[in-house]
Design a protein around this ligand. Structure first.
Ligand code: CAA
Length: 261
């Protein structure tokens, strides 16, 4: 894609958009210009009616090795505070459509946080996750301490945050950080992620958006609030054409034809 310098974009399958982080020499360090392009591409695909789900990946060696340390190293408190440094990273968590992270190699610091902002993480056997910020005199700033604590619990999050040690793909899977490790005989992690995105894209888009919103309510709020949110959204879907079509198709033993409304 000629409009981007630090990412590649593609539509590798029906309903699927793929964004490849493309600063291989810097192990996809997440510089501000890269993140700006990533947000722009995601926003574009989020609004594109031909896209039902998105995949973010990096290279085989690195999903992303963190925020760009060389860009950050001379910044002052006034610089980062007044410019809301990395606050725009949070835009990913506000997208309507599902985003899948396909992780090979290093997903460290901001790279791990980027994966955690996605809705689903698939890992290659080579994937390595970690929050090494403590070793460069800081702590995670892109949501790592918060999202990890919710996903893998306090003790493990403390250990990773305070020691900076990495975890393997298998350990991340055992901890529930990733959906699964894609075995080599199934192809690459990107192929598996594109296939998964294709399955999601084949469903009613409005129901998919509702499902994402409801699961996020579980992730972000209390159980009591989440149950109310889920039921409200579930009830709301009875106002959609796709609910009528999906249930009619089941009763008539045929495949549904989604209107996505
Ligand atoms: N920022 C900027 N450049 C980076 C980078 C980063 N986060 N990670 C790697 N690079 C660059 C290296 O500087 C090197 O560049 P040069 O060839 O110009 O020297 C190139 O990528 C290749 O890296 P290495 O030579 O270090 O490769 P390696 O295989 O020996 O080591 C690694 C790989 C263990 C991932 C190592 O690169 C590393 O430790 N990287 C930094 C990891 C890190 O601390 N990430 C956290 C960043 S802070 C953060 O993310 C804050 C936040 O929460 C928002």
């Amino acid at each position: 894609d000629t409009q981007y310098e630090f990412i590649l974009t593609d539509k590798p399958a029906d309903g699927v958009a793929l964004i490849t982080l493309n600063r291989p020499k810097a192990l996809n360090a997440l510089s501000s210009p890269l993140f700006k392009e990533l947000n722009a591409a995601l926003a574009r695909f989020d609004e594109d009616d031909t896209v039902g789900a998105m995949v973010i990946t990096g290279s085989e060696r690195a999903f992303a090795a963190g925020a760009d340390i060389k860009e950050m190293k001379d910044k002052t408190y006034a610089d980062v505070y007044s410019n809301k440094f990395i606050e725009n990273w949070g835009e990913i968590a506000r997208l309507r459509k599902p985003v899948i992270a396909a992780v090979s190699g290093y997903a460290l610091g901001g790279g791990c946080e980027l994966a955690l902002m996605c809705d689903i993480i698939l890992a290659s056997p080579t994937a390595t996750f970690g929050q090494p910020e403590i070793s460069i005199g800081v702590i995670p700033g892109g949501g790592g301490t918060q999202r990890l604590a919710r996903v893998i619990g306090k003790s493990r999050t403390m250990e990773l945050t305070l020691t900076g040690r990495n975890v393997s793909a298998d350990e991340a899977a055992a901890w529930g950080m990733v959906s699964r490790v894609v075995p080599p005989e199934e192809g690459t992690v990107v192929e598996a992620a594109v296939k998964l995105a294709g399955t999601i894209a084949s469903k009613s888009r409005i129901a998919v958006q509702a499902g994402k919103d409801a699961v996020n309510a579980a992730y972000e709020g209390t159980l009591a609030e989440g149950l109310v949110t889920e039921r409200r959204i579930f009830h709301g879907l009875f106002a959609t054409q796709d609910q009528k079509e999906g249930m009619a198709a089941f009763a008539e033993k045929r495949k549904p034809v989604w209107k996505h409304q």
